[in-house]
Design a protein around this ligand. Sequence first.
Ligand SMILES: Cc1ncc(COP(=O)(O)O)c(C=O)c1O
Length: 428
Amino acid sequence: MSTAAERRDPIKPAARVARQNQDVWSIVNEAAAASPIQPIVNMGQGFFGYNPPQFVIDAAKASLDKVECNQYSPTKGRPRLKKAIANAYSPFFGREINPETEVTITTGANEGMLSAFMAFLEAGDEVIVFEPFFDQYISNIEMPGGKVVYVPMHPPPNGSTTTSSASEWKIDMEQFEAAITPRTRMVVLNSPHNPIGKVFSREELLAVGELCVKHGIIILSDEVYDRLYYVPFTRVATLSPEIDRLTLTVGSGGKNFYATGWRVGWLIGPENLIKYVSAAHTRICYSSVSPLQEATAVGFEEADKHDFWNQSKREMRAKMTKFNAVWDELGLPYSDPEGGYFVLVNMSRVKLPADYDFPPHVASRPRDFKLSWFLIKELGVAAIPPTEFFTPQNAHIVEDWLRFAVCKEDSVLENAMERLRGLKKYIH
Ligand SMILES: Cc1ncc(COP(=O)(O)O)c(C=O)c1O
């Protein structure tokens, strides 16, 4: 029999949830709550400051009146939504996607990716992730026992002095190939990219895809911003039948229809990959929210009728252009996004007062955390420090940058711009 001393503290958390560092969202939210300037303009987290389009809202309301929409959906998703997605995406993929075998519905893209890692990783298997990365990838890979292997993306050489296209953030293909080992099972791609705003070119995707074919690596292509691109957009799955055979493409109803709280996502891919993702998803959460799957199906069915996709892209592009004018005005360079709704701004010319009183948990973090704290406290604008999306050894690459989300009402952007003009006196 074990003694009390030998027994584990009953409330000691598992290592996977007991991280030391306070996460970026809680630091930013804490600063926002404590700022003397209220209410804060929150351009930090990538949630929308406005509602989904009316035809999608109406569909959500109507779905609650249908008996079957208030009950369990099939574990792989509602047939109507799988069909709507297959219909919407077959033209992009250049082939007929089978809604029954090649699409599976998940609880947001995030749980879809967790299901994909759960489906294919054994303990110790490696997954290559490019830095910067969407932070959820890491725990999603580590929970099933996977090991993350990081490969940094390199910023534009003149990023601290000149505004340049987000396309100038590059993967060093030799570094990528050197990271591949016999244990590499998967690689995560993200295009359009959060936080960089890069849309990977056909050539870049082909280079990555061909190496994955050569080494037998599954590609998890996170394309949640797939409707927001301002340059030609290529889907890696379409580059060759060999690449398609290894690719799982991830989508998000939350991002597509401005409804991040709905938690509707999906994966598209060949049957022999999708069936295992579905199996993992069934074990994780059984099935996903029924009425909002139904509403997302209507969203896809009716989007073209409302010219929604063109309008969505046009509006987001206009928000981006409108907001970035303030950086041109202030003379602060930014990485001009090719897609998505984030912009990275280089703040190396912003001089923080030497005697500024940062709390210890901010003072101990890279300079971008201090910049973020300072902007919240002094100007009342929240942005995200992007070193959070890097490993400590590569954090220096982005310690002068901040990420702003422009998916907000125009009046909010105007308010933010007015406040950000207050940076003038700190710019040297
Ligand atoms: C790159 C990326 N992938 C996935 C997600 C998660 O999408 P969802 O809300 O559908 O889980 C996000 C959300 O911010 C994201 O930025």
